[in-house]
Design a binder for this molecule. Sequence first.
Ligand SMILES: [Zn+2]
Length: 70
Amino acid sequence: MLARNWECGAICKLCDQEAEIAVHPCLQCSYAKEVWMLNIWKERNRRIFEGKSLRPVQVFDMIQDDVKLR
Ligand SMILES: [Zn+2]
């Protein structure tokens, strides 16, 4: 991240627990995992209980909305 001149600190700004390295937000961040897993679980339940399914981009939009609310 520093090599790309992205502003970042030593600690992740999301979970405030782990070092902020490039792979961290995608694979290791407890905050990011919670957002992804919660929305995957919601999509699963939507398909089972409501008989509706969203395209991946629609789920992504919902994830963005979740992040904005935090
Ligand atoms: Zn993190």
